[in-house]
Design a protein around this ligand. Structure first.
Ligand code: HEM
Length: 430
């Protein structure tokens, strides 16, 4: 240790700095290629990390789009370049009926439980009571796990994955995800013990386990225990909060636009009546309600940047060359709020989805589920859930801003998903 004198230390620091700059340079090289998408100047090591406002990424991407055009690039740490971009114009079970009084409450937790039970029916083969402790724990972990998936720390770890080798760090930063996975292990173990291969599968877990058994000895099969827990986890994380958040936006927009709520209820009364439960077949006869649900999704814009994907080969987009291994974000917001397509892009305006005769129309730019081969696989289920929950709720209740409360904001809070700012409402049985 005595050898580490001042001079040696300075030389070591210099060598480390030069090495670091060379590595950084290597990572920047692709940015200098001809036809690489333009982007803001980046800093050594950090890239553009400090220039992205992780509190409001969609807003930040909208500014970049204004400056650099539909396809632009960012360097987020060490993972390579991230061209974001505008897609461009071309391209049942009901929530607990309590509280039914005019007592103000926040609908979010109830909506989560209602939609969570749809996924639970698929994966656990049953629904849970709303006060069931294991269900409450499941809901809590799904929400916590989602929070762990956004923010600056998450981006830094994504950009410099070697940090995850620090003992105990991953377990600490992703503790909810770890606990959630442990819960799913219990589900698989319990299903494995109680499954009767002679009987038809009770749910997706049984069906998957049967495939795992068939695939035993085949190293290329994707039917493995590990994939089963990932599939179930994906269904909860991708399928629960997306739908319940959209419904929370739906109720918020109904209390902010009572005239629209009233027209939806009139259509429900006319087509379904007050007693029979809504069915998917009703949708074809309810253009206004269908337009309202689509407009809720367009306005709420809950997954503004889609999911990131990595290019598996060099590709060309709008004349720009994007190398293999680049992470791409599709800026869904740029289409859902495109000023060239929508009459009032930043207002809630169900007429966006109605023609002059009041028939439902769906402009091509409506893509809250993204587009292409990797678009949301849950869209058909989500469409059903949104229609059935929304119409069932409005069939039975009228929703309003609680008396004396200020009018809630229709500006969202952006984590990974854009959720409504916390609000309360009153639900009065009709
Ligand atoms: C209103 C509700 C929903 C919205 C707005 C929504 C939106 C999206 C979006 C934008 C993507 C990214 C697509 C892409 O990568 O380009 C996605 C992916 C996905 N969604 Fe949904 N989703 C919803 C409901 C659901 C439901 C109910 C399920 C499952 C039951 C589901 C399962 C998934 C899965 C598994 C993926 C990943 C697909 C992949 O990696 O290829 N989603 N969703």
């Amino acid at each position: 240790m005595g050898l580490l004198t001042g001079d040696v230390l300075v030389s070591l620091a210099l060598a480390a700095a030069i090495f670091f700059l060379l590595v950084d340079l290597m990572h920047r090289c692709p940015r200098w290629a001809a036809r690489y998408p333009p982007g803001p100047m980046s800093m050594p090591g950090l890239g553009n990390l400090l220039q992205v406002d992780f509190q409001d990424v969609p807003w930040c991407f909208a500014q970049l789009r204004r400056r650099f055009g539909d396809v632009y690039s960012l360097q987020l740490g060490r993972t390579g370049e991230d061209p974001g971009g505008g897609l461009g114009p071309q391209k049942r079970s009901l929530p607990d009926p309590h509280p039914v009084s005019a007592r103000p409450f926040s609908p979010s937790a109830l909506l989560n439980k209602a939609v969570g039970n749809v996924i639970a029916s698929l994966t656990y083969g049953r629904r849970f009571e709303y006060d069931d402790q294991s269900f409450l724990r499941l809901m809590e972990l799904v929400m916590e796990a989602l929070k762990e998936d956004s923010g600056l720390l998450r981006e830094v770890l994504n950009a410099v994955p070697v940090l995850l080798r620090i003992p105990g760090l991953a377990g600490k930063v992703f503790s909810a995800q770890k606990a959630f996975m442990a819960l799913l292990d219990e589900l698989v173990t319990e299903h494995r013990m109680t499954r009767d291969p002679a009987q038809p599968p009770r749910d997706l877990t049984d069906a998957f386990l049967a495939e795992v058994e068939k695939a035993k000895g085949n190293p290329n099969s994707s039917f493995t225990d590990e994939n089963l827990r990932l599939v179930v986890s994906d269904l909860f994380s991708a399928g629960m909060v997306t739908t319940s958040t959209t419904l929370a936006w739906g109720l918020l927009l109904m209390i902010l636009h009572p005239d629209v709520q009233c027209r939806v209820q009139q259509e429900i009364d006319k087509v379904i009546g007050k007693v029979r439960r809504p069915e998917m077949g009703d949708q074809a006869h309810m253009p206004f309600t269908t337009a309202v649900i689509h407009e809720v999704q367009r306005f709420a814009d809950i997954v503004p940047l889609g999911l990131p994907h990595m290019t598996c080969r060099d590709i060309e987009v709008q004349g720009f060359l994007i190398p293999k291994g680049t992470t791409l974000f599709t800026n869904l917001s740029s289409v859902l709020k495109d000023e060239a397509v929508w009459e009032k892009p930043f207002r809630f305006h169900p007429e966006h989805f109605l023609d002059a005769q009041g028939r439902f129309v769906k402009p091509e730019a409506f893509m809250p589920f993204s587009a292409g081969r990797r678009m949301c696989l849950g869209e058909p289920l989500a469409r059903m859930e949104l229609f059935l929950f929304f119409t069932s709720l409005l069939q039975r209740f009228s929703f309003s801003v609680p008396p004396g409360h200020p009018r809630p904001s229709d500006h969202g809070v952006c984590n990974f998903l854009v959720t409504p700012s916390p609000y309360q409402l009153c639900a009065v049985p009709r």
